[in-house]
Structures are given as structure tokens and as C-alpha cells.
Ligand binder design. Structure first.
Ligand SMILES: C[S@@+](CC[C@H](N)C(=O)[O-])C[C@H]1O[C@@H](n2cnc3c(N)ncnc32)[C@H](O)[C@@H]1O
Length: 272
């Protein structure tokens, strides 16, 4: 697996996190759907892995790569872990810093990109990268950087989109392009940048990260119902707040659209 071509990378609109980065916590805005629809699943998954692996929060240093406005990392900080977030978007970081302060949360935020993490080797016990891997220019470099900053035995937890026919129809066509249902900005995601589970497994193996599992993610309502709510949102019959109360993302047997998983750093692994 190689980094994406310049042509493909030029299509994704990562500028949105600067232009609209002040709205992460605004309840009636699309970015906030991450918090209402998706975050509870991701945070529960992270908690499950952290508990299974008997992590002591007070002694555990955590990094989120691509933290945006801090929606995910705030919930991790509330569990008592020592947290750092990095993101290339200054506007998003400013909002994250302000929101953490208002909520008395201690989170260190820094500007940076996944391809060149501004940290020493073995600096963290856990690295999260949620809804970010499909946004980066050089995925192999990001995975190698994540492995570099993880201690031996450290945990890498991630979620991303699969590159399948179903994800093209649902995430690109329905959510972004077809006016009848689209509620997300065009080019928020670019299908060619989605990642097949085998591709991520290959990169993990190459970087001494022992892959453990993938869990599929889906809405807890039928796709037909979801289309109805999307249309109501698209034509303004539902606000984002109302839309965000209609369903939740939950675990699915199918990884066809989205999936979450984890790996453990193992310095003794052969990087073949
Ligand atoms: C969909 S948001 C996810 C934010 C956060 N992880 C969450 O789930 O709430 C994608 C984030 O990835 C960041 N990003 C884009 N390119 C990146 C890169 N090369 N390295 C790190 N973060 C990046 C964006 O600025 C944006 O904040």
C-alpha cells in the first residue's frame, strides 16, 4: 500500500476543519454528528479494550492523532488517562483548547500531522486515530510514526471507512453527492482514500503492530429509515439536533462500510 497520489489527495476537503472548525461543538452543525451518532460507540469500544488489557489510567499516556475539536479525546481524558491531542488544523485546536478549559479537563494540544509526529520514540502507551486515517496524504508514514511513538506493548486503536461498493454508495453518493439525501459537504471524504481491512493489516504488520481484531459499525435503524431521516434533514424538515437523536452507530458483523479495531506494539514482531 502506497501513499495516495497528489491528484487524489487534491480532491479531499481537509480545509473544512479550519474553515468550520469553530463549530465542532455547535449542536446544530454536521461535524457535531460525530459526537451524537458515533462517539458513544467509539468511546465504549476504547473503554472495553482499556479494561480488557488492565490499563492503569493514572499512569497511561495517550495520544490522539487528528483530534479535531476534541470530541473523542475529552471522553478519554474523563477516564483519568494522561491525554495529548494533535491536529494540523489550528482553528480546530483553538476550539479544542477552549472547550477543555471550560470543562476543567487537562488535555495537552499541539499542532502537527500524523506523518511527522512531534514526539520522541516510545512516548505513549496508547495511540488513537479515529476517523482520520482516510484523510491523510501518506498512510504508510502515519502508521510507521504511530508505531514509533508507541511503547513496546502499547495499544493502537483506530476506526476508518472500508473501500467497497457499499461505502461508495452510502458514504460518498448518499451522504455527500445525491441532493435528495446529502447532508455532508462534498469531498469531505474521497472514496479512493478509504482503506480495506487487509491494507491496514499489511501496514500494521510491517510496523511491528500485532493486529488483534476489526469490528464493523452500522446504524441501529434500517437503511430505509435512515434514508427517510436523511431526506428530512436535507430538505430542512429536521435540524441536525433532531436528526442526531434518531439513531446511534452500533457494532455490526459487517465491516463493509466502517470498522474499528486495535493492534499491540510488539518489538519482537518480524516486519515482513
Ligand atoms: C473527521 S475529523 C476527526 C476528528 C476526531 N478524531 C474525531 O473523531 O472527533 C478528521 C481530522 O483529521 C485531521 N487531519 C487531516 N489530515 C491529517 C493528518 N495528516 N494528520 C493528522 N490529522 C489530520 C483533520 O484536521 C480533522 O480534524
Amino acid at each position: 500500500m502506497k501513499k495516495v497520489s497528489d491528484e487524489t489527495y487534491s480532491l479531499i476537503n481537509n480545509d473544512i476543519y479550519d474553515i468550520e472548525g469553530d463549530r465542532w461543538w455547535h449542536p446544530d452543525f454536521s461535524l457535531n454528528l460525530i459526537r451524537t451518532l458515533y462517539n458513544p460507540f467509539r468511546v465504549n469500544y476504547a473503554k472495553k479494550i482499556i479494561n480488557q488489557l488492565k490499563v492503569n489510567p493514572a499512569k497511561t499516556k495517550v495520544l490522539e492523532v487528528g483530534c479535531g475539536g476534541g470530541i473523542f479525546i475529552e471522553d478519554i481524558a474523563k477516564m483519568g488517562l494522561i491525554t495529548t491531542g494533535i491536529d494540523p488544523s489550528e482553528q480546530s485546536l483553538n476550539i479544542a483548547i477552549q472547550h477543555a478549559k471550560e470543562n476543567n479537563l487537562t488535555i495537552k494540544y499541539e499542532k502537527g500531522i500524523g506523518e511527522n509526529l512531534p514526539f520522541q520514540n516510545n512516548a505513549f502507551d496508547i495511540v488513537f486515530c479515529c476517523d482520520v486515517l482516510e484523510h491523510v496524504r501518506d498512510l504508510p508514514k502515519v502508521i510507521s510514526e504511530i508505531s514509533r511513538v508507541l511503547k513496546n506493548g502499547g495499544i493502537f486503536i483506530y476506526d476508518t471507512f472500508n473501500r467497497t461498493y457499499f461505502s461508495k454508495i452510502s458514504i460518498i453518493k448518499i451522504l455527500q453527492e445525491w441532493k435528495r439525501w446529502a447532508i455532508m459537504p462534498p469531498n469531505l471524504h474521497v472514496w479512493k482514500m478509504f482503506i480495506k481491512p487487509d491494507e491496514i493489516r499489511f501496514l500494521l504488520r510491517k510496523n511491528q503492530l500485532d493486529w488483534k481484531e476489526h469490528r464493523g459499525i452500522k446504524p441501529d435503524i434500517s437503511y430505509l429509515k435512515m434514508l427517510r431521516y436523511l431526506h428530512q434533514r436535507a430538505v430542512g424538515e429536521l435540524t441536525y439536533v433532531e436528526f442526531g437523536k434518531k439513531f446511534r452507530m452500533v457494532e455490526s458483523k459487517s465491516t463493509q462500510i466502517m470498522y474499528m479495531g486495535y493492534a499491540i506494539k510488539n518489538n519482537n514482531s518480524k516486519n515482513t
